[in-house]
Design a binder for this molecule. Structure first.
Ligand code: HEC
Length: 184
């Protein structure tokens, strides 16, 4: 009787061992890292714009167009003319960065105008990121640069004109890798 029981126990243990082995072998073949991404999915996320404008898409936008979109999509959080509401102040700094109570805006802080396009396209409006067309993003970029007195009202923003906008604080950053002021 005991022998029979022992035999059965050994058989069960062997089966369990085979089962565990099988599971490990399977998980080794399939690490379950998720689904393979398609080229289209990669392209949809590959939208970085570089400081010199590399990556900027076709399209254009004007200051008056941008003002309309701003009023509809952005003003509720950022306030009329880019300040005075709950979200970050985007324009109209009265105190400089070196003042007692520095007001950080696009005009006095951001080093590259092209980053504004990238930022708005990938993350704005906050409640519907990625919903704006390239033309709308160019228009909003133009309007915000205009509010910061960096371009005139009649200037259009495109892949050619946007990288040419000079930002006042471009040289105000420290390159932490070289520990020196950048002049790129
Ligand atoms: C629901 C509120 C909300 C709406 C709508 C919204 N924003 Fe914002 N925005 C924020 C908040 C909060 C921040 C600060 C946090 C962050 O950077 O995401 C911010 C940050 C920003 C910044 C960066 C400011 C800085 O100097 O770091 C920009 C530029 C900007 N928003 C532009 C826009 C534009 C353009 C729109 C309209 C298309 C818009 N926002 C709509 C809430 C909002």
């Amino acid at each position: 009787m005991i022998k029979m029981k022992q035999k059965r126990l050994i058989l069960i243990l062997v089966l369990i061992a085979i089962g565990i082995n099988f599971l490990f072998a399977r998980s080794a073949n399939t690490p379950r890292l998720g689904q393979e991404v398609t080229p289209e999915e990669v392209a949809a996320r590959d939208i970085s714009i570089f400081p010199d404008g590399e990556g900027l898409p076709e399209g254009e936008g004007s200051v008056p167009e941008g003002e309309k979109i701003y009023r509809a999509e952005c003003m509720i959080c950022h306030g009329k003319n880019g300040f005075g509401h709950t979200a970050d102040q985007l324009a109209g700094a009265e105190m400089s960065l070196t003042g007692e109570y520095p007001e950080k805006t696009i005009g006095n802080y951001w080093p590259y105008a092209t980053t504004l396009f990238d930022f708005i396209r990938r993350s704005k409006p906050m409640n519907a990121p990625g919903s704006l067309t390239n033309n709308k993003v160019y228009a909003l970029t133009a309007y915000l640069l205009y509010l910061n007195e960096l371009i005139n009202k009649d200037e259009k923003m495109t892949a050619l004109t946007l990288p040419m906008v000079e930002m006042p604080n471009q040289d105000g950053f420290i390159n932490i890798y070289e520990m020196e002021t950048t002049h790129q």
